[in-house]
Design a protein around this ligand. Structure first.
Ligand code: NAD
Ligand code: TYD
Length: 338
């Protein structure tokens, strides 16, 4: 059985990907995750078994650690998801984004090249393309990179590093760029889980600016299937965009969440806009439909309802995240098990 190194596998998308791969049982997995505030071992605790799924606590910026993982296991591919991922945090402080997203990606690329890893799958974002006007066509793989936030600038930088390793060193790498993900295990600093948990608690839902910004919502399970298709069927050096055909205005999403939970719209609280706020993202996923046979299975209406219900029913997970308990309890448990 081939082995995959999944970076960031204790985060939102990474943990959904690890669960998908573990469920299918076709690959061994090594998860490398630094367990920052966004990493939560509880997300994967029931699939980490020390055999087919193992966990390594450490940073992708640690070149010696990464080299030793690659030296001790015959890794077929690195599925690279580890990142600082929240735009608002990048506005407060950009340095951690450069360190993990740019320097960390370079460390992985150098190590993969030295160890002869067969394929490098770099998970990126549609935010590298910048922002769209209301009538602009959706992003394609040919759209120029025009990142607007320190987060998207750091992701675009890492994409360009990957591209350079393909062209200069002949590395077999593919880049995936997806629209906004939603679904289970998303840390509640992002829009949908934040609005959902605030609504459950009867707290205000902070809507930035006029709330008319548009995001193209993609269910995380559809995205994870796409990452595996890009790994298994993608062509070296190609970029693949994944989108959910799920364009919606923020205010409409916030109201839908309130409706699902039977809460009043008076909880909507308009707050100051995010500086440099991108107005609209949308992806044209025609290339992955034609070349990989990928289509999203979730529509946004059903996916949003299922996601709100997931947060409602996973009270222990929500409570551990709210209280900060997840940061110590699960790490302690893991370290005790050794
Ligand atoms: P997340 O913030 O939920 O998880 C990131 C994970 O990476 C965490 O487990 C964290 O502990 C880990 N990590 C951070 N720094 C690390 C380091 N130096 N070394 C090792 N691990 C480290 O992020 P996510 O939403 O799951 O996003 C995963 C990837 O997908 C990111 O590369 C992100 O840019 C990309 N992406 C996300 C979205 C989205 O909507 N969430 C959309 C497009 C692209
Ligand atoms: P977010 O989940 O941070 O994703 P991104 O900025 O990467 O698209 O935000 C999604 C949208 O929701 C974005 O337009 C910003 C907006 N937003 C709010 O209105 N209020 C909030 O509290 C947050 C976190 C986001």
């Amino acid at each position: 059985m081939k082995t995959l190194l999944v970076t960031g596998g204790a985060g939102f998308i990474g943990s959904n990907l690890v669960r998908l791969i573990a469920r299918e049982g076709r690959y061994r997995i090594i998860v490398l995750d630094a367990l920052t505030y966004a990493g939560n071992l509880e997300n994967i605790q029931d699939v980490v078994n020390g055999d087919t799924v193992t966990f390594v606590h450490g940073s992708i910026t640690d070149a010696a650690l990464v080299a030793s993982i690659l030296a001790n296991a015959d890794i077929d591919a690195i599925l690279h998801l580890a990142a600082e991922s929240h735009v608002d945090r990048s506005i407060q402080s950009a340095a951690p984004f450069i360190e993990t997203n740019v320097v960390g990606t370079l460390v992985l690329l150098e190590a993969a090249k030295a160890a002869g890893v067969r394929r490098f799958v770099h998970v990126s974002t549609d935010e590298v393309y910048g922002t769209l006007g209301p009538d602009d066509p959706a992003f394609t793989e040919e759209t120029p990179l025009q990142p607007n936030s320190p987060y998207s600038a750091s992701k675009a930088s890492s994409d360009l590093l990957v591209r350079s390793f393909v062209h200069t060193h002949g590395m077999d790498a593919v880049i995936t760029r997806c629209s906004n993900n939603y679904g289970p295990y998303q840390f509640p600093e992002k829009f949908i889980p934040l609005m959902t948990l605030n609504a459950i608690d009867g707290r205000g839902l902070p809507v930035y600016g006029d709330g008319l910004q548009v995001r193209d919502w993609l269910h995380v399970e559809d995205h994870c299937r796409g990452i595996m298709m890009a790994y298994e069927q993608g062509k070296a050096g190609e970029v693949y965009n994944f989108g959910g055909y799920g364009e919606e205005k923020n205010i409409v999403v916030a109201k839908a969440i309130l409706k699902h939970l039977g809460k009043d719209e008076s909880l909507l609280t308009y707050v100051a806009d995010r500086p440099g706020h991108d107005r609209r993202y949308a992806i044209n996923p025609r290339k992955v439909a034609h070349e990989l046979g990928w289509e999203p299975e979730w529509n946004f209406e059903d996916g949003l309802r299922a996601t709100v219900e997931w947060y409602q029913s996973h009270t222990a997970w929500c409570e551990n995240v709210r209280s900060g308990e997840y940061r110590t309890y699960y790490q302690r448990q893991y370290e005790q098990r050794g």
